[in-house]
Design a protein around this ligand. Structure first.
Ligand SMILES: N[C@@H](CCC(=O)N[C@@H](CS)C(=O)NCC(=O)O)C(=O)O
Length: 210
């Protein structure tokens, strides 16, 4: 990949980590531009008008100067980087299965597990609003359901799709391996634990820092 790539990110975010992990596994160079989401830095007029009208990181900036393009949504950025690599299976059905897990990640996993981690680890239990506090129990139950689905799927498999690492593993790994920071017990999911240990050993793996 020869174009200039800049990841607009907050290094505490697992959604940003997915993209950095994908790039590292593929040996792709990514520059980084940091924002503090707790200070609302992705809600500035400049960010909203130029980088992402949705006011969120990660955003992958592709290319240079006036022709630069901005790609929001972590899983789309992972897809862009991994296009044509072994992280996306060639088989059509396996590709669709991979996407199925990536949509699961965005609908059933991240909104529960990442949100609880953000609220409890970074915002702080005592600083939550009333509506946030009211959602704690349902998010805990739904996040637990998502982890149970993953654990059952991994009972007789090493990876989510086929027998090698794909973007399904990379994207699900990001918030699963730090789920304890959101108050989830990982000890009760032996297959997830085995899978985490295997992902960490993948050549090119980088840890999440933040
Ligand atoms: N579906 C999006 C979620 C992006 C997202 O929720 N970003 C959070 C950090 S992980 C954010 O920017 N929050 C700051 C804000 O909403 O102001 C993705 O996967 O990239």
């Amino acid at each position: 990949m020869h174009e200039r790539l800049v990841l607009h990110e907050d290094s505490r975010s697992g959604n940003c980590y997915k993209i950095k992990l994908t790039a590292a596994l593929l040996g792709i160079e990514l520059k980084q531009r940091q924002y503090d989401i707790l200070k609302g830095e992705t809600r500035s007029h400049e960010f909203l008008s130029r980088i992402n009208a949705n006011g969120r990181i990660p955003v992958l900036e592709i290319g240079d100067g006036a022709s630069a393009r901005f790609l929001p949504e972590s899983n789309a950025a992972c897809w862009y980087l991994a296009h044509g690599s072994a992280l996306i299976p060639e088989d059509r059905l396996q590709q669709a299965e991979m996407l199925s897990w990536m949509f699961f990640e965005q609908y059933s996993h991240e909104p529960n597990i990442a949100t609880l981690r953000f609220w409890l680890q970074f915002v702080g239990r005592d600083n939550l609003t009333e509506p946030q506090t009211a959602q704690l129990a349902i998010k805990r139950a739904s996040g637990g359901d998502a982890l149970a689905v993953m654990d059952r799927h991994l009972a007789d498999r090493t990876h989510f799709v086929g027998s090698a690492l794909t973007l399904a593993d990379v994207t699900l790994f990001a918030y699963t391996h730090v789920a304890e920071e959101g108050g989830f017990e990982i000890d009760i999911y032996p297959n997830i634990q085995r899978w985490i240990a295997a992902v960490v050993k993948t050549p090119g793996f980088i840890p999440m820092i933040g």
